[in-house]
Write a protein that binds this ligand. Structure first.
Ligand code: ADP
Ligand code: MG
Length: 394
C-alpha cells in the first residue's frame, strides 16, 4: 500500500517534526561524508518553501542510552546550516520542557534540530512516553530516515501513531525504487549477491529465488556454497554451520524458475593481505593453505554477460576482499557491467555502495540505496515498521 507523502499535506504555518538519518561518519568530531545529510535536503527545502517550520530529529552513532558529548548533534546543525544557507538552531535535549519551549519560538521557515534521539534510553525501547513527548513538538510527523525504518523506535515508529504521519522524498524514492523492483520487475531480472557471510543474507537469497530469473553468487558467501558442494576451498572464509541452509537454498533452486550461478574461477592468495602471493585458478583447483579472495576473470565475464542481457539488475555485496586493490577486480568488473547496462540497476548494501562510489560509477546506475539494513529487510520481503506506521494513501 502506497504511503502519504509530504506533498499530501498543507504545510502553511505548520510545524513539521521530521525524522532524518543524519548518522554520518565522524573522525575527531569532523564529518567525513555528508551524503546522508545531503540526501535529506530536498525534503527540508520543500517544507521550508511551503512555509512550515522544521523540527529535525536523528540518531548519531551508538551512544548506548546515555549522553555522549562527541555524539551531540550541534556540529551537524552547523553543517546543515552551511548547506541550506540559513541558521539551524540546536538544543542539548531531545524532549521535555526545554524542547517544547524551543519549538514554540519557531517561526515559519525556521529550522531546529533536537539532540541525538539515542541519548534517551526510551528511544530504542519504543517507549510510549517518549513518543508522546516527541509528538508534542510537531503538528505533522515526516519520516525521511529510510536507513532507520527497519527499527521500531520511538522516533521512527512510536511517534508516527500519534500524529498525521507521511513520508519524505528520500523515503518515498527508496520505497518506490526497491518496491517496484520486487513487485513488477522487467525481465530478465537478475540479482548479484555477495559479501562476507551467507548467514547475513539467507533471508534475502530465499526471497529473491522466488522472483529472479538468475541469481549470481560471489564474494565470501560463495565459499559456503562451494563447501556444501564438496569443493575444496583451502583456508577461505566460509561458514560450515550454514551448510545445511545452503542445501535448503539449492533445493529451492531446483523448484523455482531461477538459475543459480557460482564462480567458476577465482583469485586466491596465501594470506588475507594486499601483499600476499596471489594466483588465478579454476574453482576446483584451490590448493590447501590458500584462500579465495575474489572472483576470477572468467566468472566476471559470465556474470557480466548475464548483466548485459538483463532488464532489471539488483546488486548487493562485493565480489571479493575489495578493500585491498589486488582483490578488487571482480567487484570492479561487476560495477562496470552495471554501469554499462541499459537495465534498471539498483545497488544496496553499505559495502557494495562504498565500492561503487570508490570506483566512481555510482552515477551510472539507476538507484543507490542509502539504507543498508533497511534495504536488506525490504529485500527479505519484510515490512519495515517505520514505513508501516505511516498513513496510507487513500
Ligand atoms: P554489503 O555491506 O554490501 O551488504 P557485506 O557487509 O555483506 O556487504 O560484505 C562486505 C565484506 O565482505 C567486505 O568487507 C569484503 O572484504 C568481504 N568479502 C567479500 N568477499 C570476500 C572473500 N572472498 N573473503 C573475505 N572477505 C570477503
Ligand atoms: Mg556491510
Amino acid at each position: 500500500m502506497a504511503k502519504q507523502t509530504i506533498r499530501d499535506i498543507d504545510w502553511n504555518g505548520k510545524r513539521a517534526l521530521v525524522r532524518v538519518d543524519f548518522n554520518v561518519p565522524l573522525e575527531n568530531g569532523r564529518i567525513t561524508d555528508d551524503t546522508r545529510i545531503r540526501a535529506a535536503l530536498p525534503t527540508i527545502q520543500y517544507l521550508l518553501d511551503q512555509n512550515a517550520s522544521v523540527v529535525l530529529m536523528s540518531h548519531l552513532g551508538r551512544p548506548k542510552k546515555k549522553v555522549v558529548d562527541s555524539l551531540r548533534l550541534a556540529p551537524i546543525a552547523q553543517h546543515l546550516s552551511n548547506l541550506i544557507d540559513q541558521p539551524v538552531k540546536s538544543i542539548p535535549v531531545t524532549t521535555g520542557a526545554d524542547a517544547t519551549a524551543a519549538v514554540q519560538t519557531l517561526q515559519p521557515k525556521d529550522v531546529l534540530i533536537l539532540e541525538n534521539t539515542r541519548f534517551d534510553p526510551r528511544e530504542e525501547a519504543n517507549d510510549q512516553s517518549m513518543a508522546q513527548e516527541l509528538a508534542e513538538l510537531g503538528d505533522v510527523y515526516v519520516n525521511d530516515a529510510f536507513g532507520a525504518a527497519h527499527r521500531a523506535h520511538a522516533s521512527t515508529e512510536g511517534v508516527a501513531h500519534l500524529l498525521p504521519a507521511v513520508s519524505g522524498f528520500l523515503m518515498e524514492k527508496e520505497l518506490a525504487e526497491l518496491g517496484s523492483l520486487l513487485a513488477d520487475p522487467e525481465r530478465p531480472f537478475i540479482a548479484i549477491i555477495g559479501g562476507a557471510k551467507i548467514s547475513d543474507k539467507i533471508g534475502v537469497i530465499t526471497n529473491l529465488l522466488g522472483m529472479v530469473d538468475t541469481l549470481l553468487i560471489g564474494g565470501g558467501m560463495a565459499n559456503t556454497f562451494l563447501l556444501a558442494q564438496g569443493v575444496a576451498i583451502g583456508d577461505s572464509l566460509a561458514e560450515p554451520d550454514a551448510v545445511n541452509q545452503v542445501h535448503e537454498i539449492l533445493s529451492l533452486v531446483g523448484n523455482s524458475r531461477a538459475e543459480l550461478l557460482l564462480p567458476t574461477d577465482c583469485v586466491i592468495a596465501d594470506a588475507m593481505d594486499a601483499n600476499a602471493r596471489k594466483n588465478i585458478v579454476n574453482i576446483h583447483a584451490v590448493p590447501a593453505g590458500w584462500r579465495i579472495l575474489d572472483i576470477g576473470p572468467e566468472t566476471v565475464a559470465t556474470f557480466g554477460s548475464k548483466i548485459h542481457g538483463a532488464k532489471t539488475v539488483l546488486w548487493n555485496g562485493p565480489m571479493g576482499y575489495f578493500e585491498a586493490a589486488p582483490f578488487a577486480e571482480g567487484t570492479r568488473g561487476i560495477a562496470q557491467a552495471l554501469a554499462e547496462s541499459t537495465a534498471r540497476t539498483v545497488v544496496g548494501g553499505g559495502d557494495s555502495v562504498a565500492a561503487i562510489e570508490q570506483m566512481n560509477l555510482a552515477d551510472k546506475v539507476t538507484h543507490i540505496s542509502t539504507g543498508g539494513g533497511a534495504s536488506l529487510e525490504l529485500l527479505e520481503g519484510r515490512v519495515l515498521p517505520g514505513v508501516a506506521a505511516l498513513n496510507d494513501k487513500s
